[in-house]
Design a protein around this ligand. Sequence first.
Ligand code: ADP
Length: 175
Amino acid sequence: MADLTIECVQGDIASQPDMESIVNAANARLMPGSGVAGAIHSAAGPELARECESLAPIAPGQAVITGGYGLPNPYVIHCLGPVYGVDEPSAELLGNCYRNALMLADQKGLTSIAFPAISTGVFGYPVEEAARIAVATIQSTARELTSVRRVRLVLFSDHDLTVFRNALNAGGNSG
Ligand code: ADP
């Protein structure tokens, strides 16, 4: 825990060249879509969708890993977040996304991973609750990690950046 850095930045998840892996807020079929999935697939190119075909479908909370292709990152970790109010228990399933993605990156020996705010777009998760779950899960998983040293939360809007920063500060970390 002591040597895991957690930071919040505003930006585009597909433009994080210094991270070894980025997380896709995927759909069950792991196909290009809107929001995060659209940005990642268009930067990665069609080879990403081809690799994804053999791994789909995935269930809420699950994570799978692929190459990054045209992205600046060698790996993409695809997570299916819960649809708020539909996939239950939502909080547990959202926490599973963060935990499973971190464990997968760690098993691959990766040192860095960048997350978007999973489920807070089309899937309708309230951003304050999602931020609390993200920060608490990353912090509680930290002690099990052996290679991951840097976790970045990439927020699209000013408002989401503030909410995530507040959640991180409330959780006893800075960034
Ligand atoms: P979900 O279907 O899991 O809700 P979305 O992709 O619809 O996923 O949105 C998740 C969050 O990511 C939303 O807060 C959205 O504003 C944000 N977002 C959309 N595009 C990007 C991007 N290119 N980089 C980072 N965050 C993004």
